[in-house]
Design a protein around this ligand. Sequence first.
Ligand SMILES: NC(=O)c1ccc[n+]([C@@H]2O[C@H](COP(=O)([O-])OP(=O)(O)OC[C@H]3O[C@@H](n4cnc5c(N)ncnc54)[C@H](O)[C@@H]3O)[C@@H](O)[C@H]2O)c1
Ligand SMILES: [Zn+2]
Ligand SMILES: [Zn+2]
Length: 379
Amino acid sequence: MLAMNYRGPFRVRAQQKPMPEIEHPEDVIVKVERACICGSDLHIYHGLVPDTRVGTTFGHEFIGEVVEKGADVNKLKIGDRILVPFNISCGRCAFCKQGLYSNCHESNPEATAAGGIFGYSHTCGGFDGGQAEYARVPYAEVGPMVIPPDIHPDDAVLLTDVFPTGYQAAEMGGIKKGDTVVVFGAGPIGIMAARCAWFFGAARVIVIDRIEYRLEFARNFSHCEAYNFESLEDPVLFIKKTTGYFGADVCIDAVGCEAAGSALQWITGRVLMMQAGSATALHWAINSVKKGGIVSIVGVYGPTDNLVPIGNVVNKGITIRADQCSVKRLLPKLIHHIREGYIEPRQIISHHIPLKEVSDAYHIFSAKLDNCIKTVLIP
Ligand SMILES: NC(=O)c1ccc[n+]([C@@H]2O[C@H](COP(=O)([O-])OP(=O)(O)OC[C@H]3O[C@@H](n4cnc5c(N)ncnc54)[C@H](O)[C@@H]3O)[C@@H](O)[C@H]2O)c1
Ligand SMILES: [Zn+2]
Ligand SMILES: [Zn+2]
């Protein structure tokens, strides 16, 4: 079968690979219909995630048709079209039982922190992902959901990560009626978080990035103010001034470990790897939020240390909330939002690219070319 194949940092190819097989009675094999490229994939593409092995296939956002199933799979039938949350969850450990599906204790034998994630290095379990013609889905009765017939396939594929993650970013911010919310990052996650902030009663939503076409997209899709930090003297000072020197009620970090904007952070975190990535957006979020405010982090960071102003967290009494999104928990609510017409997630998709052109697709998304917001690969 044709699959995306990691060859090393900044090098991916579409290549032939053996078909995945049922390895456990709870597995299914899906014939992939659509698979997205995520900002998280860029961290592995750029060589920042430990134990990313040559030959692995990325892709944790995919939908497809069940073509084979293990003996213990009863809820799914051959021919069902399913959407597959990016988290791999057993459904029965203590964490899954609390709804913390992203923190499953069973699906990733390598770690006690992150659960298993499709196509996200051996640090996250070593599962091949869905940027391929076929993919193996473990614990198939737990995460995947049959796609309701009225849900568009492009909306379905965004329900595997982007829409739930943006929603959870806003939810973790504890946004109350009348709040001012600042979102760092105008990638798919940031614009979705900004859009979802209104669902919780925000009165003012501000997005910060440095890519003009994304800021323009955010203004239209997320109905927010959007500013280029490169034309602001100091983004933190700007946010303080525009909030009467109080700071924002809620700040969301939707950038993660490859943030631009500070030479110190970039060199120590991204070039020398002396810390787990460049934490500039998180630094700004902590310094821009008001005393007693909430910082919600969905941007991805490595498992070790980062240079962040922890003293300001203490002295300002900030609450920090963070997690990988627990997709499964949010699906019923978000499908309701789509059905009611509150949001059409697929509006953020800028590119549909054949899987065989995966190398170009990564380059376009990584280099932010061709006004790229979100790319869907079609096998
Ligand atoms: N927690 C989760 O479950 C989860 C799920 C999906 C993605 N993520 C993470 O969310 C982050 C965003 O994902 P994405 O798909 O939107 O990625 P993306 O790369 O498309 O977007 C990131 C954006 O941040 C901007 N940026 C860089 N430095 C900045 C700064 N200092 N301030 C403000 N903006 C800055 C970039 O210009 C870019 O537009 C990534 O770290 C990704 O790994 C987390
Ligand atoms: Zn993703
Ligand atoms: Zn579990």
